[in-house]
Design a protein around this ligand. Structure first.
Ligand code: SF4
Length: 388
C-alpha cells in the first residue's frame, strides 16, 4: 500500500481504538454501515446535514468553495467532536475542486488541532483494490467471509433503497391515497437499515417491489415526467437539494433522477468483465456528442448527454440542480440553453447555496411544473386529433 494514497495516514491509532466516520450524503450510510459492521469495526455517524452543519462548514471554509465541501468538512468536524478518529473520503482527482477536497479538509482540521487518520479512496485508481486496501487499512481484517458479508449486505441494501426511491418517485404523483408511497418508503428504509443477515439482504429488493406494487394508483392521470440531473452530491443529498423530488412529486410530476448511489457503486466496483451494460457515463457521452466533445470534470457531460437523451425519449422537462460556483455545472448550464432550444425541451436550472431560500425555488418549480403540464396536455390533444 503506497503512502501517498493515505497522505494523512496515522498508524499510531490501534485497530481496536479506531472509530470510523464518513461524510453524510443521501442514503450511503445504509451501505457504509453494513460494510463497516460486517468488518467488526466501530463507527460514528455525524448528525444529518442541517443548517447547523452548514454553519460549521461555512465558518471553517473559504467563501467561494462549493457547497458539498462545506458540508463534508462540517461532517468531519462534528464526527471528530463525537469521538471519531478515522475519516474516510472518496476522491477523484480531475478538473474540478473535488480533487482538492481531502487536502483542503486536512489542512483545516490540522489547524483546528484534531488528531485523526484520513483514509482516501482514490476512485480514478484500481477501484476494487483501492476499496479493499482502504478497508484493510482501517480494520486490519483478513477474514474473507467478513469482506463478503460486508460487501454483499452493503450492495444489496444500496440496490434495495434505490429501488424504493425509484418506486416512490413513480407512485407519489399517481397514488390514490396521498402519502401512502412516502409511508411505504419510510417503512422500508427502517427495515433495510435493520436487516443484517446476508440471506435476508438478498431478498430486500424483491420485497420492496412487491410491497410498493400494492399501493393503488391512478394509471390514467396525466403525469409529466422530468429528468432530475446535475451535480452528484446535490442530487443525492435531500438537505442540499431541499427535497426537490418531494416538491415535484407533490405537484404531480414524476421524477426520474439520473444518478443513484447503487448504479455508481456497481459501475465503480464491479470488474469490467462482469459489467456488460452501457454505463450511464457512456450513454451520456454518446448523446452529448453534438454539443460536447469530452468530459471536463464533475457531471458536466452527464448533464448535457442526459438532457439530449431525455428530449429524444419523450421526457417532458429537465430540472438541473447545481451548487453555486460549481465549475463543471456552470459550463453545462451554458450548453443547456442551446440544447433546450435545438432539442425542444424545457429546462429549469436551480443554483443552490447557503443563501438559497426554499420559498423562492418553490415558486419557480411550480411555474415550471405548470408549463410542462400544459405542454403535455397540448401535445396529447394534438396527437389525438392526428389519430382521428
Ligand atoms: S462538481 Fe462542482 S460542486 Fe462538485 S466538487 Fe466539483 S466544482 Fe465542487
Amino acid at each position: 500500500m503506497s503512502n501517498n494514497q493515505y497522505s494523512q495516514r496515522d498508524n499510531s491509532i490501534r485497530t481496536k481504538d479506531r472509530i470510523i466516520a464518513w461524510p453524510r450524503m443521501g442514503n450511503i450510510d445504509l451501505s457504509m454501515k453494513a460494510l463497516v459492521m460486517g468488518l467488526d469495526a466501530k463507527f460514528i455517524l455525524p448528525p444529518k446535514n442541517t443548517n447547523e452543519a452548514l454553519e460549521i462548514g461555512v465558518k471553517n471554509s473559504i467563501e467561494d468553495i462549493c457547497l458539498p465541501y462545506k458540508l463534508n468538512l462540517a461532517n468531519y468536524i462534528m464526527a471528530l467532536e463525537k469521538g471519531a478518529n478515522t475519516l474516510m473520503m472518496f476522491q477523484a482527482p480531475g478538473s474540478c475542486r473535488f480533487g482538492n477536497y481531502t487536502k483542503m479538509a486536512q489542512k483545516t482540521l490540522n489547524k483546528l488541532g484534531y488528531k485523526y487518520d484520513m483514509c482516501v479512496f482514490d476512485m480514478y485508481q484500481s477501484k476494487m483494490k483501492q476499496t479493499l486496501e482502504a478497508f484493510w487499512h482501517v480494520t486490519r481484517c483478513l477474514n474473507p467471509y467478513k469482506y463478503y458479508k460486508g460487501f454483499s449486505t452493503g450492495f444489496n441494501k444500496a440496490f434495495a433503497i434505490d429501488t424504493a426511491e425509484r418506486l416512490l418517485f413513480y407512485i407519489r404523483p399517481r397514488e390514490i391515497h396521498k402519502g401512502e408511497a412516502e409511508k411505504c418508503y419510510k417503512k422500508w428504509y427502517k427495515i433495510i437499515d435493520e436487516t443484517t443477515s446476508v440471506r435476508e439482504c438478498k431478498k430486500l429488493k424483491k420485497r420492496v417491489i412487491e410491497d410498493f406494487n400494492k399501493i393503488q394508483i391512478d394509471k390514467d392521470r396525466i403525469v409529466p415526467k422530468v429528468f432530475l440531473l446535475g451535480e452528484f452530491f446535490v442530487l443525492l443529498d435531500p438537505y442540499t437539494n431541499q427535497e426537490i423530488e418531494k416538491t415535484l412529486g407533490d405537484l404531480g410530476i414524476e421524477v426520474q433522477r439520473q444518478i443513484f448511489f447503487s448504479d455508481w457503486l456497481e459501475h465503480v466496483l464491479k470488474p469490467s468483465l462482469f459489467y456488460k451494460k452501457e454505463s450511464h457515463r457512456e450513454r451520456a457521452v454518446r448523446y452529448a456528442e453534438k454539443y460536447m466533445k469530452r468530459a471536463i470534470g464533475g457531471e458536466c457531460i452527464e448533464t448535457v448527454g442526459d438532457t439530449v437523451y431525455a428530449a429524444r425519449h419523450g421526457i417532458d422537462g429537465i430540472v438541473h440542480i447545481m451548487p453555486f460556483s460549481c465549475m463543471p455545472e456552470i459550463v453545462s448550464q451554458n450548453i443547456l440553453s442551446k440544447v433546450s432550444k435545438e432539442e425542444d425541451i424545457p429546462v429549469l436550472t436551480l443554483v443552490l447555496d447557503e443563501q438559497t431560500g426554499k420559498a423562492g425555488n418553490i415558486t419557480r418549480i411550480e411555474a415550471f411544473a405548470d408549463l410542462i403540464r400544459r405542454r403535455k396536455i397540448k401535445r396529447s390533444k394534438k396527437c389525438n386529433q392526428e389519430i382521428k
